[in-house]
Design a protein around this ligand. Structure first.
Ligand SMILES: NC(=O)C1=CN([C@@H]2O[C@H](COP(=O)(O)OP(=O)(O)OC[C@H]3O[C@@H](n4cnc5c(N)ncnc54)[C@H](O)[C@@H]3O)[C@@H](O)[C@H]2O)C=CC1
Ligand SMILES: CC(=O)[C@H](N)C(=O)O
Length: 583
C-alpha cells in the first residue's frame, strides 16, 4: 500500500515547524490467510500501545479517508505515527525499533501484526493486560499497513524495525471522522533515553498501571464499553482523548508547551488587553503569576502607565502567524482572549465585528489547540436573544441573538466546546454580565451607561441615559469578574460539568441605579434620551442571569452588590475628581 494522496490539508502544511518530527515509511507486506484466521478466532491480540516514556504519552487515532492513523511520542520526544490500512501489513524493517511497554489494546485497531518478526504481544506481562476488548467499528479494517513517523536515530530496544524516510512534515489529517485517543503530554527539552523522575531516581522499572497511558486507556475502555442499558457506545470521547489541532502544523507542537513540572508557573497572554477589562485582568494576574509572566497585547498604543507596568506586545488577532510567534517565543501557557467589538460598535461595523470576533477567534482557537494552551474566551449576556428565557436566563436554553456580537459569542461558545471535544483544547468560557469598572472606560456596549453614570454624577451632577429607566440587565463589578475568570481557569477540570458558564452578581434598571446614586449625591439628576439601537439590544437580553451551575460546580460567589458597587464607584470618582480639582 503506498502513501495516501495528499489532501488539501497536507498541501498547506508548514513543514518547517519542528525539526524533531520526521516521516518514515514502511514497505508494506501482505497479510496472510493465517493472520486472517487467527484474528477471526481471536487468537491474535489487537495492536498495542507503544509509547515509551512514562512522562510523554500520546496515543491518538484518526480516520483519514480510508486510512487510519495512530500517533505517539517516542522516548526521544519525537512523534511516531502509524498509518493503518486494510490491505497490507507490516514488513520487518531494520532501522528503527519500538519498545513495547505493554499490550494495551487499542480499541480502534483490530489486528495484531508482526513487527520485525515478532508480534506485539510477545514478551508482555499478562498482568498488564487491560480488561477490554477491541471495539468493532464499521470503519475499522482488520489489517494494518503501518507507516511510522519518527527520528532517524534508534528509539527503542526491542521489537521490529521500520525503514525511515526523513521528512520535515508531520502527520497529515483529513476531513474524515475521528476517534482519537490522547493523553496529556509533557515536552522534553532534549532527547534523553533515561530521564530522571522528580525524585531524582531513574525510572528503570516502570509500573505499567501507573503510566499515564495505562490510566488513560483504562478510562478509554470505560468510555468505550457498551452501556448496559442501550448497548451503544458513549456518543463522545472526553476531550483529552481526542486528536490533533486543525491547522497544519506538526503533530508534536503541543510538546513545546506546558509541562506538568512547570504547570504552576503560567505564562499568560491577554489579547485585546487595552480595553475596559484587559488592563485590570493583567494587574490581577500579575499578582498571581508575577509581572513578567503576564503579557498584554493589543493593536492600540498603550498609555504610559500601562506600558511601564509590565510586558506589552503588539498583536493583531487577525494575524495568525504573529499570534503563533508570540505564543511560541514567550512560551505562553494560558491565553485570555479579550479582543472583540462589543454590541453597539459591532452593529455599527458588522464586517469588522465579524472579522475580529469570528476570524480572530478561529486564530486563537487554532493557536491554543496547537500549542496546548488553556484558553479563556469571555462570552456575554448578549449571547442570548429575544426568544431565550429572560428572567432568569439559564446556562442551557435557546440562543438566538440578533446582534453580530451575540452571534459571534454563541459561535465562540460552540467552537470552543467543539475544540474541547474534538481536539482536547482546554477551553473555558464565562458569560459575563455588563461589567462596571472605575478606572477603565467601556468600549462601546449596551451596558456602558452603568459605567458612565458614576463619572457624570461626580463630575456634573447629572447624566443622560441612553436606555429606558426600566431596562433591567444583569451587571457585575469588575473585581468580581476578574476573580471569577481566574477561578474558572484554576478550577480542576473534573469540577467543570460545562465549558461555558453564566456568572452573575446583581441586576438593576437605570432608575434603580440612579436611585442608589442619589443616596450619595442628593443633587443628582438623570434624564433619558433613548438610543433605539442600544434599547433594542437591551430588550432582547436577559434581565436576570441564572448562574447556579457556576456556584455549584466551582464555587462561584460574587462579593459586590448594588450598594457596595455604588459606594466603591463614587469613592473612586470622587477622589479622582478631588485630585483633579486640587491639581
Ligand atoms: N465589558 C463588558 O461589560 C463585557 C465584556 N465582555 C467581553 O470581554 C472581553 C473584553 O471586553 P472589554 O475589555 O470590555 O472590550 P473593549 O471593547 O473595551 O476592548 C476590546 C479590545 O480589543 C481590541 N481589538 C480590536 N480589534 C483587535 C484586533 N484585530 N486585534 C487585537 N485586538 C483588537 C481593541 O483595541 C480593544 O482594546 C470582550 O471579549 C467582551 O466581549 C463580555 C461581557 C461584558
Ligand atoms: C454585556 C456586554 O457584553 C457588553 N458590555 C455590551 O454591552 O456589549
Amino acid at each position: 500500500m503506498g502513501p495516501t494522496a495528499p489532501g488539501p490539508a497536507q498541501r498547506t502544511r508548514q513543514h518547517t515547524e519542528c525539526p524533531r518530527t520526521y516521516e518514515c515509511r514502511k514497505t508494506p507486506s501482505r497479510k496472510t490467510v493465517e493472520d486472517d484466521s487467527a484474528m477471526k478466532k481471536k487468537e491474535r491480540m489487537p495492536f498495542t500501545g507503544t509509547s515509551l516514556n512514562p512522562e510523554i504519552i500520546l496515543l491518538s487515532e484518526e480516520q483519514r479517508l480510508n486510512v487510519r492513523f495512530l500517533t505517539f511520542p517516542s522516548q526521544t520526544g519525537s512523534i511516531f505515527s502509524g498509518q493503518l490500512h486494510s490491505e497490507t501489513s507490516l514488513p520487518p524493517a531494520p532501522q528503527s525499533k519500538l519498545s513495547i511497554i505493554s499490550n494495551l489494546t487499542m480499541p480502534f485497531v483490530e489486528n495484531q501484526k508482526r513487527v520485525g518478526g515478532r508480534t506485539r504481544e510477545e514478551g508482555l506481562s499478562p498482568r498488564c493486560r487491560l480488561p477490554w476488548q477491541p471495539v468493532p467499528s464499521p470503519a475499522v479494517k482488520p489489517y494494518a499497513d503501518v507507516r511510522l513517523l519518527g527520528p532517524k536515530k534508534e528509539i527503542g530496544a526491542s521489537g521490529g524495525g521500520f525503514a525511515r524516510r526523513e521528512d520535515k512534515g508531520a502527520v497529515r489529517r483529513g476531513p474524515a471522522g475521528l476517534s482519537a485517543l490522547r493523553a496529556v503530554s509533557v515536552p522534553r527539552a532534549s532527547p534523553a533515553p533515561q530521564r530522571r523522575s522528580i525524585s531524582g531516581r531513574l525510572p528503570r522499572k516502570v509500573c505499567l498501571r501507573d503510566l499515564p497511558v495505562v490510566r488513560m486507556l483504562r478510562r478509554v475502555a470505560c468510555w468505550m464499553q457498551p452501556s448496559p442499558a442501550c448497548g451503544c457506545r458513549a456518543p463522545v470521547l472526553p476531550s483529552r482523548f481526542l486528536g490533533t489541532s486543525p491547522r497544519q502544523i506538526p503533530m508534536d507542537a503541543n510538546f513545546h508547551s506546558t509541562s506538568f513540572l512547570e504547570a504552576d508557573q503560567q505564562r499568560v497572554l491577554i489579547t485585546g488587553g487595552l480595553g475596559q477589562l484587559g488592563v485590570g485582568l493583567a494587574n490581577f494576574l500579575r499578582k498571581r503569576f508575577g509581572k513578567d509572566n503576564v503579557i498584554l497585547s493589543d493593536i492600540r498604543k498603550p498609555p504610559e502607565h500601562v506600558f511601564l507596568s509590565g510586558p506589552f506586545i503588539y498583536s493583531d488577532i487577525l494575524d495568525y502567524k504573529n499570534l503563533r510567534e508570540i505564543v511560541v517565543n514567550n512560551r505562553i501557557t494560558w491565553l485570555f482572549h479579550y479582543s472583540a467589538l462589543l454590541s453597539a460598535v459591532g452593529e455599527a461595523n458588522v464586517s469588522l465585528a465579524r472579522a475580529v470576533n469570528i476570524t480572530g477567534l478561529h486564530n486563537v482557537l487554532d493557536v491554543a489547540a496547537e500549542h496546548g494552551l488553556r484558553l479563556f474566551v469571555p462570552s456575554t449576556i448578549g449571547a442570548f436573544g429575544p426568544t431565550s428565557p429572560r428572567n432568569p436566563t439559564p446556562d442551557l436554553c435557546i440562543q438566538r441573538p440578533r446582534t453580530i456580537y451575540g452571534v459571534s459569542k454563541v459561535h465562540a461558545e460552540l467552537m470552543g466546546e467543539y475544540y474541547y471535544y474534538r481536539y482536547g483544547l482546554d477551553f473555558r468560557c464565562l458569560r459575563y454580565p455588563g461589567i462596571i469598572s472605575a478606572d477603565s472606560q467601556p468600549g462601546g456596549g449596551t451596558t456602558d451607561y452603568a459605567v458612565q453614570i458614576f463619572h457624570e454624577a461626580v463630575k456634573n451632577g447629572r447624566f443622560e441615559c441612553n436606555l429606558k429607566p426600566d431596562t433591567r440587565l444583569p451587571m457585575m463589578y469588575i473585581d468580581d469578574c476578574l476573580r471569577a475568570t481566574l477561578e474558572v481557569m484554576e478550577a480542576p477540570a473534573e469540577s467543570l460539568s460545562m465549558r461555558t458558564y453564566n456568572i452573575n452578581a446583581m441586576s438593576f434598571t437605570p432608575a434603580e441605579l440612579a436611585q442608589e446614586v442619589l443616596k450619595h449625591v442628593p443633587e443628582f439628576q438623570v434624564t433619558y434620551n433613548v438610543d433605539p439601537v442600544r434599547q433594542a439590544i437591551a430588550d432582547s437580553w436577559p434581565m436576570n442571569f441564572d448562574d447556579s451551575n457556576a456556584r455549584k460546580d466551582w464555587g462561584w460567589k460574587h462579593d459586590i452588590d448594588l450598594p457596595e458597587l455604588v459606594t466603591t464607584m463614587l469613592n473612586f470618582h470622587g477622589s479622582e475628581n478631588r485630585v483633579a480639582q486640587a491639581n
